[in-house]
Design a protein around this ligand. Sequence first.
Ligand code: MTE
Ligand code: MO
Length: 200
Amino acid sequence: MHKLARLKTPIFWAEGHPGKLDRDNWQITVGGLCQRPCVLSWNELIALPQTEVNARLTSVTRWSVGGLWKGVRFSDLLDLIGGSNSVCFVRFWSYSSNYETSISIEVARKEKCLLAWAFDDELLTEDYGGPVRAFIPYLWGYKSAKSIIRIELTDRYVSGFWEQRGYTDDAEIEAGLCRDINDGGKLKHIRMGDEVEFTD
Ligand SMILES: Nc1nc2c(c(=O)[nH]1)N[C@H]1C(S)=C(S)[C@@H](COP(=O)(O)O)O[C@H]1N2
Ligand SMILES: [Mo]
């Protein structure tokens, strides 16, 4: 069983579970305001420089799971495709295209933001957004779109799936009580610095 499942990490698919996904034939269309738009296949993606970050995925529904996430740093991807100066937002679409969300270019360029495909040395399963998901530890989890098929650089903000349903556009994590999934779901306090931290 996948580590995230063993920890009993909640599985969120607001638009409906996508079912079995084909990792080997996965493609991510990357475009918008950039010099070198591209379609990244699974093999091309994992051939790019990879980064591992120890960080937490934290849901606005007040749970947080930490571990070693691995993937391609968004800032590396942005350098690769040559984002233009007018880019203000990065927009992600999940598999069915019904789920989408955007983050600012400033957040996207932070060191722990990844196009992630592994957690604690295991490939991400469909339940947890495999083959490839956004991992944005600095903001509420609804910005970490799962099973990504399209990324677009834009100069204007478009409200996403959860943002249209009342969650904030900036998704700034707020201090307060939160369940630590790594500790059996124990309720603890989180403090916000640049990243989520439990104070105990
Ligand atoms: N496609 C898609 N991505 C999504 C969601 C979703 O419902 N659909 N839920 C988001 C929310 S609210 C959270 S907290 C995390 C949860 O990730 P997990 O289901 O892998 O635990 O995924 C985010 N990405
Ligand atoms: Mo969430």
